[in-house]
Design a binder for this molecule. Structure first.
Ligand code: PMM
Length: 288
């Protein structure tokens, strides 16, 4: 199967001839990886535009940290963080996705110009999410999720992580389709680091082909995650801080692109934008 076939096409989204790059703008004071640097609306919009300048095809705007153990923000606060940033970026012609578990935030972000809904709970956290997404006709990222992680990585026990993630994602995709979201608008995501340790994440990355079996375009979000800290530290060392994991992130982007990922979600765009282009060029050479 060609990579173009594996990447697939998402209705309602531009068609890229390579793995797309989704740049992250976390409008939070407590995001684990960028420490709340883009908390202010103007700064967040500016940062999103800078990411596009560096090669982001999409900008993912979120107002709630999903870090294990992070306290939830209330809905009013999430709306206040997210909607003006979505509106500001959409007004500049940026393809914006909204990273939220709340239907109301998704709805208001779509009204403000977002074109994609990215829900780390795959529609589980808010029963109104699937109807809202279905009603809007927006594409939907369904991530593998086993619930809120108060007290750490409590639900991260697997016998066969690839099989179980694929099975649980399949069940979520079925629920999303039953709820009325069109099949050609569903994107799946293994949810690296969510109820998963470093070994689980690496195993999933080694077997993305099995997730392609779900028949939907694949989003891979490895950026700055804990498993990269573990790999870089080695068995004895202490992991480098999140901001020092960008080269490792770009390496994962190249590997994910080579395995046919539809998009990669990253904080630092430039290196990943290069990585996906190199992967595409090598793919082109293979086709010749
Ligand atoms: N990870 C984070 C946030 N949003 N969305 C998707 N689709 N997949 C992910 O793995 C994911 C996500 C983790 O938080 P960060 O924005 O602080 O990196």
């Amino acid at each position: 199967m060609s990579n173009q076939h594996r990447r697939g096409r998402v209705a309602g989204m531009p068609l890229w001839d390579r793995c797309a790059v989704m740049g992250v703008v976390n409008v939070t004071p407590d995001s684990f990886s960028d420490g709340g640097r883009w908390f202010d609306t103007t700064a967040a919009v500016k940062h999103g535009l800078a990411l596009v300048g560096e090669g982001a095809d999409l900008v993912d705007v979120g107002g709630e940290s999903t870090r294990p153990g992070a306290a939830r923000v209330d809905e009013a606060e999430e709306l206040k963080r997210v909607v003006p940033v979505v509106r500001g970026l959409a007004a500049e012609g940026v393809a914006v996705s909204v990273d939220t578990m709340r239907a109301c935030v998704a709805e208001r972000a779509l009204a403000a110009g977002a074109v994609l809904v990215n829900d780390v709970s795959g529609g589980l956290a808010d029963p109104a999410m699937i109807p809202v997404v279905a009603g809007s006709g927006a594409p939907f990222v369904v991530m593998h999720w086993r619930g809120f992680l108060e007290g750490g990585n409590v639900r991260g026990v697997y016998e066969d992580v690839v099989a179980e993630v694929a099975r649980e994602l399949h069940a979520r995709v079925e629920a999303v389709l039953e709820g009325g979201v069109a099949a050609d608008r569903v994107i799946v995501d293994p949810g690296l680091g969510f109820s998963k340790d470093a070994e689980h994440d690496l195993t999933l990355l080694a077997h993305l082909d099995r997730l392609h079996g779900l028949g939907h375009p694949l989003l891979v979000a490895a950026s700055r995650k804990r498993f990269l800290g573990r790999v870089l530290a080695g068995p004895e060392g202490s992991p480098p801080p999140a901001r020092e994991r960008d080269a490792a992130t770009a390496a994962v982007s190249a590997l994910a692109a080579q395995q046919g990922a539809w998009a990669v979600r990253v904080h630092e765009v430039r290196a990943t934008a290069d990585a996906v282009r190199v992967a595409r060029a090598i793919e082109g050479a293979r086709e010749r």
